[in-house]
Design a protein around this ligand. Structure first.
Ligand SMILES: Cc1cc2nc3c(=O)[nH]c(=O)nc-3n(C[C@H](O)[C@H](O)[C@H](O)COP(=O)(O)O)c2cc1C
Length: 148
């Protein structure tokens, strides 16, 4: 498990669902909780009928290894990926994979104006999405977040 002061690498991507997310999300989250924990990876996954956004953070080696297997998954098609070293994690390793969906947004539990469009694949959207995953995740899982 990585300590907060060890180098942290962050990946964020957007993908388009191929299988209906509602039917596969629990399988994905359950598997991710186990795998990511083993790898010392934490993160957040957003899903809707038209998009997945995911952020994972951990050691560079393990984040890249995980992305190699996620990219090959036939249940979705990855549209863009962005990578960066960060000063520290946004989520504790106690949250190997938190998830948020449209219901969280509609219920008003998380209201930060994030409404991903089916066809917006721009780099600007990537940056907004990564920020969305952090702020929304910290709202939904406050005890699992690092405070700054
Ligand atoms: C949207 C999406 C997100 C995923 N996120 C993760 C993840 O965070 N961790 C993980 O282990 N698998 C994740 N998976 C599943 C992987 O793609 C893959 O099935 C899993 O790592 C098992 O790979 P393996 O059979 O090569 O061990 C995700 C799949 C999808 C479709």
């Amino acid at each position: 498990m990585s300590l907060p002061d060890q180098p942290v690498y962050q990946a964020c991507y957007r993908s388009t669902p191929i299988a209906d997310p509602k039917t596969v999300i629990l399988d994905i989250v359950r598997l991710s909780e186990v795998n990511n924990h083993k790898l010392g990876v934490s993160g957040m996954l957003y899903f809707s009928p038209v998009a997945y956004f995911q952020m994972i953070e951990g050691s560079e080696k393990n984040v890249l290894k995980l992305m190699d297997s996620i990219r090959l998954d036939a249940r979705h098609a990855v549209i863009w990926e962005s990578y960066q070293p960060v000063a520290r994690r946004s989520f504790r390793t106690e949250l190997p994979m938190g998830y948020i969906d449209d219901a969280d947004l509609r219920s008003g539990a998380i209201d930060n104006g994030f409404h991903p469009k089916r066809d917006d694949y721009s780099k600007a959207q990537a940056n907004i999405a990564c920020q969305f995953l952090v702020t929304s995740g910290q709202q939904k899982y406050p005890s699992m977040s690092y405070t700054y």
